[in-house]
Write a protein that binds this ligand. Structure first.
Ligand SMILES: NC(=O)c1ccc[n+]([C@@H]2O[C@H](COP(=O)([O-])OP(=O)(O)OC[C@H]3O[C@@H](n4cnc5c(N)ncnc54)[C@H](OP(=O)(O)O)[C@@H]3O)[C@@H](O)[C@H]2O)c1
Length: 213
């Protein structure tokens, strides 16, 4: 499959590498400066399955677009993609902002980053996913043989199995978390991971997993 990864930082780099190497997908990083040495170094590291291009070019080339830019850049990035009618968009952003109590969610009770992205990406099918764990766990989601969990929330039920397969190819235990409005829950869930990882001593090498009876 052709995947456009918008952003080639921590998350974009981890996902592009994993999808190319574990599942053989073709990766095009959609970035502001495709010639930047850090992006070219990433492309070289991944090998023949990866390249870098502009945002609109990457989006036009691909069936699936994965948004991995900072929240503050998300609207501009989506608007730079051009026509996304009929595309699948995986939104990995979290609407983080500094508040009086430190890092927190800028929105969340009455809307979410996922729903905002859907509003900007007219005609696309937006799914909230790949936002509730650290980028290191996206590269390696399996802990001593146990898959960590990853949720997928989105309204387009027809394309959801395809999205869940893509996320599963990374090595996650994938759970359908319902409609896109449940991005509000997933973004809060991400905040819990961030709080525990960065402020409560768990560090980045832990993840949520599902147990059932
Ligand atoms: N870090 C994590 O563990 C983690 C986990 C889950 C979710 N997330 C979410 O994933 C997103 C990315 O996080 P990250 O840690 O990967 O960030 P990062 O390492 O800073 O990478 C961000 C990428 O976005 C690009 N970018 C910035 N502004 C842009 C714009 N206006 N248009 C196009 N591209 C732009 C940057 O490109 P330039 O080099 O051109 O600046 C860079 O490639 C954030 O929303 C974050 O909340 C992060």
């Amino acid at each position: 499959m052709k995947l456009a990864i918008i952003g080639a930082g921590n998350v974009g780099g981890a996902l592009g590498t994993a999808w190319a190497q574990k599942a053989g997908h073709e990766i095009v990083f959609g970035v502001r400066d495709p010639a930047a040495e850090k992006t070219q170094a990433l492309v070289r590291k991944i090998g023949s399955k990866a390249r870098a291009g502009g945002l609109a070019e990457a989006a036009a080339y691909s069936d699936v677009i994965v948004l991995t830019v900072p929240w503050s850049a998300a609207e501009a990035a989506i608007r730079s993609l051009g026509d996304v009618n009929g595309k699948i968009i995986l939104d990995a952003t979290n609407p983080l902002a500094m508040g009086p109590d430190g890092l927190g969610l800028e929105i969340g009770h009455s809307t979410s980053a996922g729903e905002k992205v859907q509003g900007w990406a007219k005609g696309a099918s937006v799914y909230k996913t790949l936002n509730t764990t650290g980028f290191g766990n996206m590269a390696d989601p399996v802990f001593h043989g146990v898959k960590s969990v990853m949720f997928v929330a989105g309204d387009d039920a027809g394309n959801k199995p395809k999205v869940m397969t893509l996320v599963g190819e990374l090595g996650f235990d994938v759970v359908d978390a319902g409609p896109l409005r449940n991005a509000r829950l997933l973004e809060a869930h991400a905040m819990l991971w961030i709080e525990l990882a960065l402020k409560r001593g768990l560090g980045r090498d832990w993840a949520f997993a599902r147990v059932t009876r």
